[in-house]
Design a protein around this ligand. Structure first.
Ligand code: FAD
Length: 458
């Protein structure tokens, strides 16, 4: 990169916050996917004005800008596939207000999601979106990916809690979109345009987020199955029966074994599948819901039901769920994590097809995920240095996307499109939908600077 640009960037944010050496750039070349592309320079701005100035500078020199939160993304959104500036947003780390009267929080987007959730809880309220990466992911990353999580089945996902946003547009102007509180608004909700836009339409610098009442009590249950098919069927039966648990997570046998091997928490390693179910509400309501959950699970073939009786038992089960990623990482070095999502009623069919696909391509596949949302996470455990295996992985991934769409689902329930799914996006949108998405991108970002190579920007 020209020294002139580096000098100008250092003048804008201070030389401590501009990194140009290869060893630094390599640290910002990857996310939780498996390919790496180093940026030409890493810049860590401290406020919205600096971001606006950086984006204007990028426009002047026609440099790509890739926003980066904590880089836990599973579709490669934060990977600067065309080089340019890696714009690291972690210095925007202030919770500006938790307004309990209006039930709104105002937060800078580099704040870690769990820090925010904890601060809201201390104020006596609740912010439900809870991606598995909550301890690391930033609020900006969760907005840009429209993150979901186990609680999505009852409480919805990030878009359900975004009221308004402050955004730096691709030409460097700063704009507020949406609302500052929960009400009707004048005109369309432009804020939603940026939710799930993966850093391709603007840099989100501040968010107005909706807060809700904290549930008074909760109960965690574990249902054990001898058949993955029965577990999958339980999910659709449960929702059809009118009971919406807070979470409804599935783990297949290979996942159970991997986690037990990693954590030793006493999971039933001979089970073909388990469902981890949580209900919440008033003490009276959860007792009734738990009773109903047990009844439906048993009717669908659960061989054993465990009810966590202490907070420690509940924590143990949730630690097991959170340990899936590191546990699988121990089996094979490259974890291809998909989140093809189908309508709940199609979960049994999708689970069957996933197993067939794994067998057909001779791949190790674990199946787990937010089954209550229809959001399965088939993870292929492979080795990126084994080229023959990676070719089979590519074919298997294409086939599982086709299957999800065939069953009325989507390529991505929550992980986004990034560079990894961009080649498949047209399968879902169709030519016209894709052309419209691309046109919108070109109207907002005329120089196509923000996050090239992702979503419609290919
Ligand atoms: C172990 C593990 C578990 C996970 N579990 C879940 C889960 O349950 N649910 C789920 O939805 N996801 C999950 N994820 C995926 C990932 O954590 C989420 O997508 C998360 O929201 C990404 O946040 P981040 O700060 O790491 O964003 P990054 O990875 O840094 O960036 C993601 C995208 O957002 C853009 N971006 C980041 N910040 C901004 C900003 N301020 N303005 C504009 N664009 C921005 C980037 O350019 C990129 O396109 C998981 C990941 C891992 C590794």
């Amino acid at each position: 990169m020209e020294q002139q640009i580096i000098t100008e960037l250092k003048r804008l944010v201070g030389s401590d916050y501009v990194m140009e050496q290869l060893e630094d750039r390599i640290c910002y070349s990857f996310d939780a996917t498996f390919r790496d592309f180093p940026p030409d320079v890493v810049v860590k701005p401290g406020n919205v004005e600096e971001i606006a100035a950086i984006v204007k500078l990028a426009g002047k020199y026609r440099l790509p800008v890739t926003a980066r939160g904590a880089a836990t993304g599973l579709s490669g959104g934060a990977v600067p596939v065309q080089g340019g500036i890696s714009l690291v947003l972690t210095r925007l780390n202030k919770i500006l207000a938790i307004d309990t009267a209006n039930r709104v929080a105002v937060v800078e987007t580099g704040v870690i999601a769990e820090d925010f959730v904890n601060a809201v809880s201390q104020a006596g309220l609740f912010y439900p979106p809870d991606p598995g990466s909550i301890k690391t992911a930033t609020i900006g990353g969760t907005i840009a990916e429209c993150a979901g999580g186990p609680r999505g089945v009852k409480y919805g996902i990030t878009r359900d809690y975004v009221l308004g946003l402050e955004v730096v547009l691709p030409d460097g102007r700063i704009v507020e979109v949406g609302n500052r509180f929960d009400s009707e608004m004048a005109g369309p909700d432009w804020g939603m345009l940026f939710v799930g836009s993966e850093g391709t339409l603007g840099i989100v610098t501040k968010a107005y987020l909706k807060l809700i009442d904290k549930p008074k009590a909760k109960q965690t249950l574990l249902a054990v199955f001898n058949s993955l098919d029965d577990a999958a069927r339980t999910v659709s039966e449960m929702i059809a029966s009118g009971t919406i648990p807070t979470t409804l997570e599935i783990m297949d046998n290979m996942t159970i074994r991997a986690v037990e091997d990693f954590l030793k928490v006493g999971l039933p390693v001979n089970a073909e599948a388990i469902l981890l179910i949580e209900v919440d509400g008033s003490a009276k309501a959860i007792a009734k819901q738990a009773e109903h959950v047990i009844k439906v699970c048993r009717q669908c073939g659960a061989t054993e039901m465990q009810v966590a009786s202490t907070p420690e038992d509940m924590d143990k089960l949730w630690r097991a769920r959170r340990a899936i990623s590191p546990a699988c990482g121990k089996i094979n070095p490259t974890k291809i994590s998909e989140d093809a999502t189908v309508p709940r009623s199609q979960i049994p069919a999708m689970v069957r097809r996933l197993r067939e696909i794994a067998q057909k391509y001779n791949l190790k596949m674990v199946i787990f995920g937010h089954a209550g949302d229809g959001n399965l996470h088939p993870n292929i455990l492979s080795n990126k240095h084994d080229h023959a295996e990676m070719e089979r992985v590519e074919q298997a991934v294409a086939e599982l996307f086709k299957e999800a769409l065939h069953l009325g689902g989507t390529l991505s329930g929550e992980h986004g499109i990034g560079y990894m799914k961009a080649p498949f996006l047209k399968w879902e949108t169709g030519e016209t939908g894709f052309a419209a998405g691309k046109k919108l991108k070109q109207v907002i970002d005329q120089q196509e600077l923000l996050n090239p190579g992702k979503l419609f920007n290919v």
